[in-house]
Design a binder for this molecule. Structure first.
Ligand code: M6R
Length: 609
């Protein structure tokens, strides 16, 4: 989390950096700051709150143009949300400025060492040790570059760092380890940022830094050295093939609603040129290079976090049913610390919207030496996970701005269905029906969206409950888990997902008239069992909202409120259920006046462990 932007060039970088920070605000939004260096003159501005507050403060200043500028939007890890803890952090002399994303795990040890040498600390951040450590080494070494590298050699943890100094007004220093940084290459200027969205309005040419890379950046040149092998690297300039257009709000009040309404287009784009019902084919270009290896898979281990992990659980049902390959889904944050038996016939499949999630990256790194095939289902093109996996399938959902993942989940499940169909080699009886269903799905998702007003009325009725249970069976069970996550992260209402058949083993004790249940009750061979579970809830006075298949009249007798979705093959029902569940969560959060796109305490891209 945290967004970083740095500018060096022939024009003033202030606006470039502030615009970039706004584009990166999804990464953290509790405070923001900026440092400007023009010759020997430096200025620092910091504000608690959103980047817009910082922009307001800066707009009142008379002279804020500078050719060397860097900024930061923070998601607090160490130290509260205060101006002192906001970045840039500086050394005691206020000559060196640093912005940082990640965590310096041994900061307290370094701080003690620096305090013994006479350094004082004003913040509670881990970051403040970095400018002081650079300062410490600068007194012993002959250049800023050498001091910067010496400081990096002392720190443990994860970081992307940008450092500037009044002693070097023509240079910007950047480094990364397990946290993303990309450099935009412009005409007589360079822009360093946490991700390309802060750059792409200025240039499409970018250099991605890799782990242990240190970049020395001037207006004209980028020099990169890898600290692990000490080689100077010829930076590889790549071309971005996407733009910021999709990240514009249009007539929608916020990105979450806009992104929910993009479900039909998302399904179309994810399947476009990949699946065809008329020819009965599934072609996944991103897997072409590993087709031979895919023939010998004996097990798939899916690693992911949050919403992506629930998409992964749905993928487990799909792949096991259609392709007959055993699948395990691991939360990436747990996977990296387990002793997991791995053979070369196991494939690791990482799912991530951002492609930058630290836990998922660590899970992929864990198997680096096992010689297993690493696949990715990633949305952000060119992201770290997209680049570190051997092959994969892009979600192509376009930028997702709201912290709550909506259209990315729809795309992930669609792509996992394609992968399952691909691995089935067309042999499963559901192969053709599912290909047909995938073609029909955008219109069906649109039909759910067309009932948004009805869903809103139901949601508003339930906005004042403190807790919610989400239930489902079979492939609708992970859908229930995802529904619960969506409600809690957007509305701050406690919600938990439970397999409908598991309730009686404990969770049912929670149910009374103040504890409503959201039941996934769409058509399935297990529907009657779900009815029984709904009866058990009703018998204890629990209100029930059910998602059911159009035409199901019986459910009206059972549930207090029903949200209908079109008839759909069971394997793909979670997609339609989630369009409805996302709207339900959205309208409750909206009724409660929550910050829809930026829920408290969260960030879009979780780049710390
Ligand atoms: O970018 P990723 O898909 O790797 O992110 C994983 C989770 O952090 C993410 O899905 C998170 O749970 C969302 N806030 C859910 O809406």
């Amino acid at each position: 989390m945290c967004g970083i932007v740095g500018y060096i060039g022939k024009r003033s970088g202030t606006k470039v950096v502030l615009d970039g920070l706004e584009a990166l605000e999804y990464r953290g939004y509790d405070s923001a700051g900026i440092a400007l260096i023009d010759g020997e003159k430096s200025q620092v501005f910091k504000e608690v709150g959103r980047v817009s507050g910082l922009i307001k403060t800066i707009s009142k200043q008379s002279d804020v143009s500078a050719p060397l500028v860097m900024g930061h939007t923070r998601w607090a890890t160490h130290g509260g949300v205060t101006a002192e803890n906001a970045h840039p952090q500086t050394n005691n002399d206020q000559t060196i400025f640093v912005v940082h994303n990640g965590i310096i795990e041994n900061f307290s040890e370094i701080r003690t060492k620096l305090e013994a040498s006479g350094y004082n600390f004003k913040s509670q951040t881990d970051t403040e040790v970095i400018p002081n450590l650079i300062d410490f080494y600068l007194k012993q070494l002959d250049s800023f570059e050498a001091a910067f590298k010496a400081a990096l050699a002392d720190v443990r943890g994860a970081y992307s760092i940008v450092a500037i100094s009044v002693r070097e007004p023509n240079t910007l220093y950047a480094a990364r380890l397990s946290s993303p940084l990309v450099i935009g290459v412009g005409d007589g200027e360079h822009i360093v940022a946490s991700d390309p969205s802060a750059i792409m309005d200025h240039t499409k040419k970018v250099i991605y830094l890799e782990d242990y890379d240190v970049a020395v950046v001037t207006a004209e040149k980028v020099q990169v050295q890898n600290l692990k092998d000490h080689n100077r690297i010829e930076p590889k300039v790549e071309l971005l093939d996407f733009d910021n257009e999709q990240a514009v709000l249009g007539d929608f009040p916020n990105f979450m609603l806009k992104e929910i309404f993009e479900a039909p287009a998302t399904i179309k784009t994810a399947t476009l040129g990949r699946a065809r019902a008329d020819t009965g084919t599934v072609k996944l270009g991103g897997l072409e290079t590993v087709l031979r290896q895919l023939k010998h898979i004996e097990r798939i281990v899916i690693v992911a976090c949050g919403t992506a992990s629930y998409a992964g659980l749905i993928g487990e049902y799909l792949i096991e049913e259609l392709a007959g390959i055993p699948v395990e889904v691991h939360l990436a944050s747990e996977f990296k610390y387990r002793d997991e038996p791995f053979s070369r016939s196991t494939v690791l499949l990482a799912i991530s919207q951002s492609g930058e999630t630290a836990d998922t990256i660590a899970a992929i790194k864990k198997v680096e030496d096992f010689g297993v095939l690493r696949l990715g289902v990633v949305n952000a093109v060119g992201s770290t996970i997209a680049r570190m996996t051997d092959a994969g399938v892009y979600c192509h959902a376009g930028p997702e701005r709201a912290v709550a993942s909506t259209k990315a989940f729809i795309a992930q499940v669609t792509v996992l269905a394609l992968i399952a169909l691909h691995l089935s080699d067309g042999k499963h009886p559901q192969f053709k029906p599912l290909l047909k269903e995938l073609e029909a799905l955008p219109a069906k998702a649109q039909a759910v969206l067309d009932s948004a007003e009805d869903i809103k009325k139901i949601a508003e009725k339930y906005a004042n409950y403190d807790s919610f249970l989400y239930i489902g069976r079979n492939i609708s069970f992970p859908s229930a888990l995802e529904g619960a996550l969506k409600l809690k992260e957007t509305s701050y209402i406690h919600a938990e997902g439970c397999a409908a058949g598991e309730m009686k083993h404990g969770t049912l004790a929670l149910i009374d008239e103040n504890f409503p249940t959201f039941a996934m009750a769409t058509d399935s061979p297990l529907l009657e069992k779900t009815y029984s579970n709904i009866q058990e809830i009703r018998a204890r006075g629990g209100p029930v909202v059910a998602i059911a298949t159009e035409g199901n009249k019986a459910i009206k007798e059972l549930a207090d409120d029903v949200i209908y979705i079109p008839k759909c093959e069971e394997e793909l029902q979670p997609i339609l259920q989630q369009v409805a569940a996302q709207l339900f969560a959205y309208y409750i959060a909206s009724k409660l006046g929550r910050n829809i796109d930026r829920p408290r305490n969260l960030a879009k891209s979780v780049t710390v462990e």
